[in-house]
Write a protein of this length. Structure first.
Length: 411
């Protein structure tokens, strides 16, 4: 089976013959159905974060899109998700309201949209709603709606005030930390805490990792997601020079890992760490950041266009597009897109260096968008390769040492 890359539209390069590789390599008859739907219900934001992949990177398609998803588009999206769940006999789907900033749609719009989505999906299907927000507009009225539909709330927070406000500012330059902190106090109150799903934090090497960790822990989140800043080989992330063997991001994360791993009582689930441990122990990952689990995420823009994982917008203009809309037919049409197939093809879609790497099944080549290079498309290791290798090796070393200690104990 060849893994040679073919050029698509002069930019997108993927391994050849992905459909047959999918059936042969994963032992299943075809692509995995979509199980998670990220709905971009608002295409604008009330913050102007300087690292945002929607507004600050190569893809500027948001400028052409409606500000809020119209009712007729939403009805069509709801119908397509229901149809997809029925066609594939799915027992559960996850729907994430995203943006831009989804709370800009307003509490009434959210209430109507969530009602319409639930009504269009067969009653036997467990619909898990979530929202990812900057929390600036989170208030009691909105929370009442989110309670009504059992919507879990994830909030973006980058650390203490200086760390957070360095990037996450309003368009006039004011920082947003104070507003987010107040919203988190509200969300963490006993009346609302059940909705709190966790914090999302973008890594900035300028920050002290343990100060960031302590700040996030102060809000008692159930989970923390540390995200590596988006970047590619052609537009490298801050502090990450391509082909430099240094591991600044691994060093930053390892400082937190060691603290987290040594805590006598688990205070929070840091998903990147727990997923790596799960993979090292032979399990599967649940996110696309690490591992080889097939991606089952589909993004729908405010105009009903179907897209791939949003962070691809960091690669080049149009990188996330499939060219399909909810008006075109069942969502299975998107399962023919070579880029979507390549994110389901596991080892077969990896670059040669990744396929022979000692941590291949744990790292999985890293997050797909981070592999992009202008001349070779996505047929590369992650631009974070040295960091990922160092992080996985470190965690593997700690877990192995503990397992050996346990196994040596007299019984
Ligand atoms: S550590 Fe590097 S070479 Fe190994 S799988 Fe990850 S990205 Fe690929």
């Amino acid at each position: 089976m060849t893994n040679s890359a073919v050029g698509v539209a002069g930019m997108r390069t993927y391994p050849t013959d992905l459909s047959s590789q999918l059936s042969l390599s994963a032992g299943r008859p075809g692509p995995e159905p979509f199980r998670q739907f990220v709905l971009k219900v608002v295409s604008r934001c009330n913050l102007a974060c300087d690292y945002c992949y929607v507004y600050e990177m190569a893809d500027q398609s948001w400028r052409e899109r409606p500000v809020v998803m119209a009712a007729d588009i939403l009805a069509r999206v709801a119908h397509r998700i229901g149809e997809h769940a029925e066609a594939h006999r799915l027992s559960a789907v996850r729907i994430v309201l995203h943006g831009g900033e989804p709370l800009l749609a307003g509490a009434r719009w959210l209430d109507e949209a969530l009602t319409a989505l639930r009504a269009a999906i067969p009653a036997r299907v467990d619909v898990q709603f979530a929202i990812q927000t900057n929390a600036v507009l989170l208030d009691e009225t909105t929370l009442a709606v989110l309670h009504r539909h059992a919507v879990r709330v994830g909030v973006s927070l980058d650390g203490p005030v200086v760390a957070h406000d360095r990037h996450r500012r309003f368009a006039d330059g004011r920082g947003s930390h104070a507003r987010v902190a107040a919203a988190l106090d509200l969300l963490g109150a006993p009346a609302h805490r059940a909705l709190f799903s966790g914090l999302l934090c973008v890594v900035d090497l300028a920050n002290d990792p343990l100060a960031v960790y302590d700040e996030l822990l102060g809000y008692s989140p159930p989970t923390i997601d540390f995200l590596l800043p988006h970047g590619t080989w052609s537009a490298p992330p801050p502090g990450r020079r391509p082909d430099d063997p240094g591991t600044p991001y691994a060093d930053w994360l390892i400082a937190i890992f060691d603290r987290w791993y040594e805590e006598p009582r688990r205070l929070v689930d840091v998903r990147l760490f727990s997923e790596i441990i799960q993979l090292l122990l032979g399990g599967a990952s649940e996110t696309e950041s690490v591992g080889l689990t097939p991606s089952t995420v589909l993004v729908v823009e405010t105009d009903g266009m179907l897209e791939q994982v949003d962070a691809l917008k960091a690669a080049y203009d149009g990188a996330a597009a499939t060219g399909l809309s909810v008006a075109d037919g069942p969502l299975d049409l998107a399962l023919r897109d070579p880029a979507i197939l390549s994110r389901q093809a596991g080892v077969a879609a990896l670059a040669a260096e990744c396929r022979s790497c000692e941590v291949r099944d744990t790292c999985g080549g890293g997050f797909y968008p981070h592999r992009y290079r202008t001349d070779t498309g996505f047929d590369n290791p992650s631009v974070y390769c040295p960091d990922l290798l160092a992080l996985v090796r470190h965690i593997r070393g700690r877990v192995r040492a503990d397992l050996a200690r346990v196994l040596r104990r007299p019984r």
